[in-house]
Design a protein. Structure first.
Length: 382
């Protein structure tokens, strides 16, 4: 679908720059996290450029693919996204069913579909599908002045609970929480009646006990238990959070320096390129490095919310808010997890952690948002 060149005069360069700066900052941390002096990877042969981090080289490729996805997304007008939102949602559900039947098992979880030399994590695509489907439903069925009632919430609840249930079967508690959080944020953004919201919160609180007993797996229960007492099982379920706290605390103000993180380089810190990459950042770059990266996220979210506020089309506004909610929820859960405020649930730091499915789906969604911003002026003129 061709793009009118005149639209590029309204391209949001600050938003694009922030969306690119975060993964580039992540590359620096990933190089250290995956550093192996005994392994040499030739990247550009004619320049004799060699690396000592396989994860860095792969993530560099993922960033390149994600930029292509972003460019392709620019060509998709929001009207097309709205038209096919439910179809995309159905495709996402099919992907989850395929994962349940044919997915490959890694570390005891069946979360990936093998596509030859690459693996697709379907839950990352589902997070985008939920945003599209919710944006369409909520824009087509806006609430009355007092907010949504019980009956009005039945269909969006179905849209939300179905993928959450399928994701929990993998099991992937973290992604299910993010999907639920994004849907809840979008509903609250539109408005829910207080006499409906309070009973729902009460029901959710009382549902925690049976969910803990009958839904969560044993290892997930132990992770919740060690949240309150990591010393109870320091070499088992509490190992991740204990090593993460050591890494974060030892970084102090300015950190130990690039490639000098002992928890990282001595392989004490598990999942240091994905779920606990923020711990690597804290250990090697300290409090200053952590605040700098969190400031980038804050600027990115602020830019997204400003664009959502200026967008007159309700569907586009909801879509942008959904993308911002996804990034916000991911960041809050991941950072809270690595410092011991939440149990370990396996959530990567968006645009920063190693992983292709996550960054490609996120950059694609940001491309959709950039396209909305470009076309906003055309709609205003028309």
């Amino acid at each position: 679908m061709p793009i009118d060149r005149r639209l590029f005069s309204h391209f949001d360069w600050p938003l694009f720059g922030l969306a690119l700066l975060i993964p580039l900052s992540g590359l620096l941390v990933l190089y250290s996290a995956g550093y192996d002096p005994d392994k040499t990877i030739s990247v550009i042969s004619w320049m004799s450029l060699e690396l000592h981090s396989e994860d860095f080289a792969k993530q560099l490729l993922f960033i390149g693919i994600s930029l292509i996805a972003l460019i392709l997304a620019l060509a998709i007008p929001p009207s097309v996204v709205q038209k096919y939102a439910y179809l995309f949602y159905i495709v996402c559900m099919v992907l989850l069913l395929l994962v349940a039947e044919f997915g490959i098992v890694v570390n005891g979880s069946r979360r990936w579909l093998s596509l030859g030399r690459v693996n697709l994590q379907a839950s990352e695509v589902v997070k985008l599908g939920i945003i599209f489907a919710f944006a369409r439903f909520l824009s087509r069925h806006p609430p009355p002045r007092e907010g949504y009632g019980f009956i009005s919430l039945l269909f969006p609840s179905f849209l939300l609970l179905l993928p959450m249930g399928l994701i929990m079967l993998q099991p992937d508690l973290g992604s299910a929480i993010v999907v639920g959080s994004v849907g809840a944020c979008m509903l609250l953004f539109m408005g829910v009646r207080l006499r409906v919201l309070i009973p729902l919160v009460v029901i959710a609180v009382f549902a925690i006990i049976p969910a803990y007993s009958y839904v969560l797996h044993d290892y997930q229960k132990r992770r919740i238990e060690v949240l309150f007492n990591p010393d109870a099982d320091p070499k088992g379920s509490g190992y991740h959070i204990t090593q993460s706290k050591i890494a974060v605390g030892s970084g102090k103000l300015l950190g130990k320096g690039f490639l000098n993180g002992t928890q990282t380089q001595l392989q004490f810190l598990p999942e240091h390129t994905t779920d606990f990459v923020f711990s690597v950042l804290a250990e090697e770059w300290g409090f200053v490095g952590c605040i700098s990266v969190l400031m980038l996220y804050m600027l990115l979210l602020t830019r997204l919310l400003q664009l959502a506020q200026r967008t007159r089309d309700l569907f586009s506004c909801l879509l942008i808010f959904g993308v911002a909610s996804r990034i916000f929820c991911n960041v809050v859960i991941n950072v809270s997890m690595v410092v011991g405020l939440l149990p370990v649930v396996g959530i990567p730091l968006p645009l920063f952690s190693y992983g292709g499915s996550s960054i490609v789906s996120l950059m694609f969604s940001i491309g959709i948002v950039l396209g909305i911003g470009m076309r906003r002026f055309a709609y205003m003129r028309s």
